[in-house]
Design a protein around this ligand. Structure first.
Ligand code: NAP
Length: 519
């Protein structure tokens, strides 16, 4: 597919702006062709207007049509073949192997949402019939045009055709994507695939648009557009919070589902240190350094009670970190933020550098760093909990169980928390588990937080500041709920009800009828 550098306004290409930028190969720092034209405010407006025009038609497409559309997107992405993987690798420095895996995840995610739409029960249809009271029926319906922002670290699975796109389109919402400026060519290729799927499956023009931009004006204009009804965002705390503030200060505030950074604390309980300290030390090193540490689920805090076993564990982690390899980070901006984050951490009272890998001299490398602090200094300094995006982790030594629980109680919201231990430990530390349930969206026992399965039960979310709405998830099929709202029909004639609420249940979906789950 030949790249044009233009924006996708419905089915039309447009590049009226004067500001341009290019993708950059972080391994060589060379600029990649073509020039990308930042969308003008007029182009942003046209994209949103087209989404609004498409909305009624798109949301009323049959569930089968919508499912086929999602499957066609998945197929068209595969049709892009090796060229997509090559371009994504050039723009991000991620290996072709990693990107092939991510494409598989993207493909499966789209197909899983197609299954959800085809099955149909996600609308949570409820029917209350009574002779004495009004006939009341409700179901979830699409919100309207949605703005979507992807992150740089998942150029496929959390980008143009990522989880937010799959869930918003599944719910019946047209979308306008703000392309990520760190991988504009990858974005253009995937956008082309989505447009082909729009045409092949007869979806209305405007169901999908994508605007490019390297200035924040483009994303802000999108979020502030009065016809946008929700925002899906994956990225940094700074970006997510800025867009949340813009969305909530509109004359009509709208929901923002921002999945942001997280430090994903690990609690190492005594049984784990006693029985498998070496295994955990190796696993932790691998998890911290996976993908050069550029995962929102990267374990950035490791708390444990001081003991001989803990000291041996710490020494083992330090030995692994000294040998851990470096890799290219996604952008020079992310690399300098990583270096600055480490410098700031190391200036804090009580924080010590324990071990680090070595620079290999190539541009934009992320060097592994292991830091430590004691619980007293950790508890006195909120800044130590902030995400340093890259391959580093901070260990925290506690003086006993009460101290460990104090650490947990003082945590802000995170995406995950992990407990390493024996089943006996879990019983002894049940109060720690209770505290952590209030802090995160996913609790892991004897595993590492990196790696988020896409399925029906997954929760990838958590209390603020991990997200701007702790009630939802951005990964897994319940993500669809973010882009719908319940609508109730009272005393409507059968012929005028949506199929989901008709007496004979023509879609054969699960419904709650007079309080009973039934088909
Ligand atoms: P980012 O810099 O926040 O960028 C994400 C998107 O938001 C980009 O399109 C960016 O466009 C836009 N944006 C950022 N700030 C903005 C602002 N003030 N106004 C308007 N638009 C704005 O994030 P990133 O560096 O790509 O991704 C890394 C971060 O994402 C890490 O913190 C990581 O933990 C997090 N992440 C979270 C999850 C999750 O599910 N929770 C998953 C993956 C990554 P511009 O570049 O044009 O600003």
């Amino acid at each position: 597919m030949a790249l044009t550098g233009q924006n996708f306004i419905g089915s039309h290409r447009s590049g009226n702006g004067s500001k341009t930028f290019q993708g950059i190969n972080p391994e060589t720092e060379s600029k990649l062709k073509p020039d990308y034209v930042e969308a003008t405010s007029d182009e942003v407006d046209q994209a949103v207007q087209k989404a609004e025009e498409a909305f009624n038609d798109y949301r009323q497409k049959s569930t089968v049509n919508r499912a086929e559309f999602l499957e066609a997107i998945a197929d068209e992405i595969m049709e892009l073949g090796d060229a997509l993987i090559k371009r994504a690798s050039e723009e991000t420095g991620l290996t072709e192997g990693r990107l092939t895996g991510e494409r598989g995840r993207t493909f499966n995610q789209l197909r899983l949402f197609a299954d959800v739409v085809r099955e149909g029960s996600w609308v949570d249809a409820r029917i209350d019939r009574s002779d004495e009271a009004p006939d009341v029926r409700s179901m979830k319906m699409a919100l309207g045009p949605v703005a979507i922002f992807g992150a740089s670290n998942f150029p496929l699975a959390f980008s143009v055709a990522g989880g937010d796109t799959a869930s918003a389109l599944a719910a019946g919402c047209p979308i306008v994507v703000k392309a990520h400026p760190a991988h504009p060519g990858t974005c253009e290729m995937v956008a082309g695939a989505i447009l082909k799927a729009v045409e092949k499956t007869g979806m209305p023009e405007g169901t999908f648009s994508m605007v490019q931009g390297i200035s924040h004006e483009v994303g802000t204009a999108l979020v502030e557009h009065p016809l946008i009804k929700a925002v899906g965002f994956t990225g940094s705390f700074k970006g997510g919070k800025a867009l949340y503030d813009a969305a909530t200060s509109r004359p009509e505030p709208i929901p923002v589902y921002a999945e942001m950074g997280s430090t994903n604390p690990i609690f190492l309980l005594p049984g784990a240190l006693r029985e498998k300290g070496d295994e955990v030390a190796e696993g932790l090193t691998n998890s911290v350094n996976l993908g050069v540490g550029q995962f929102c689920t990267n374990p950035g805090l490791v708390a444990y009670e001081e003991s001989d076993e803990a000291r041996a564990f710490h020494q083992a982690v330090a030995d692994h970190f000294k040998k851990a390899g470096t890799g290219t980070m996604l952008t020079s901006g992310i690399q300098s933020a990583y270096k600055e984050g480490l410098e700031t951490l190391l200036q804090q009272e009580g924080v010590q550098l324990v071990a680090s890998g070595s620079e290999d001299g190539s541009p934009n490398t992320g060097v592994p760093h292991l830091l430590k602090v004691d619980s007293k200094n950790f508890l006195a300094n909120d800044g130590l909990e902030e995400e340093v995006f890259g391959p580093s982790t901070l260990t925290i030594s506690a003086e006993g169980k009460a101290d460990l629980i104090d650490i947990a109680e003082n945590l802000q919201g995170h995406l995950t928390a992990t407990l390493y231990g024996t089943e006996e430990d879990l019983e002894t530390y049940s109060d720690l588990v209770t505290v952590l349930q209030r802090k995160v969206g996913r609790l892991i026992f004897n595993g590492f937080p990196t790696g988020v399965e896409v399925n029906h039960a997954m929760i990838h979310g958590g209390p603020y500041p991990a997200t701007t709405d702790s009630r939802t998830t951005s990964v897994g099929t319940s993500a669809i709920d973010r882009f719908a709202r319940p609508v109730c029909f009272q005393d409507f004639p059968e012929s005028q009800l949506p199929d989901e609420l008709k007496d004979e249940n023509p879609l054969d979906i699960w419904r709650l009828e007079n309080g009973e789950h039934t088909k």
